[in-house]
Design a protein around this ligand. Sequence first.
Ligand code: PGA
Length: 248
Amino acid sequence: MKLIIANWKMNLGLAASRQLAKDYATAFAGWQGSKIVVCPSEFALTAVAKELKGAPVALGAQNCFWEASGAYTGEVSPASLAEIGCRYVLLGHSERRKYLKESCRTVNLKLKNVLANSDLTPVVCVGEDLEVCRAKKQVDFVDGQVKRALDGVKLAGPRLIIAYEPIWAIGTGLAASPVDAEEIHGVIRNRLIKLFGQETGSAVPILYGGSVDIKNSADFLACDLVGGLLVGGASLDAQKLQKIANIK
Ligand code: PGA
């Protein structure tokens, strides 16, 4: 089953998050299709969980810290996220790498913390910027990011998701072509198999993200290697997200 993750980023306050969660509950009532996950702002998680009670939409967070608990002002632990109903957490989104200076090393530490101290499924985001893409170095670049993020990580089963999001495609309206996305997905798949063996490495979903909308979602979802989508802008409209997820 394909997986559609909605990333609301920092776009909505509490009232607007609540309203959009209500819209999701309506749009996805009786839903039998792809698995849907929504990642609101941290402060809205509990309110959104309440609105989505009974709806076929799981809850995810946009970030967490790399320690299990303690004196880390402003941070949140994976276990606390799980306690309030989260099942997923995004790690190393390119906006956090850019504005918060997150590195592959901190993503690696966060990932280990999530796996060791919660039952959340981590979604590790990777992707090259325009400069790397223009120099046609995206294969090595993304493979390196995956390798560093997963360094020393042990998996008992496929409790991990990788999201390939070329930075130049995020929020620009310029999505990668499904063919180019599939090439990188293949590289990531090979790396996962090398690290975790055939069975687990083949079972970890790899998502595409970056300007996904109603017009291009079906083409991505038709690719065998694409396990689903990470959707930003278009996920702020419940009807739109429903259409994106609604592949025949
Ligand atoms: P976008 O964002 O769909 O608005 O391009 C995707 C993301 O950053 O996850």
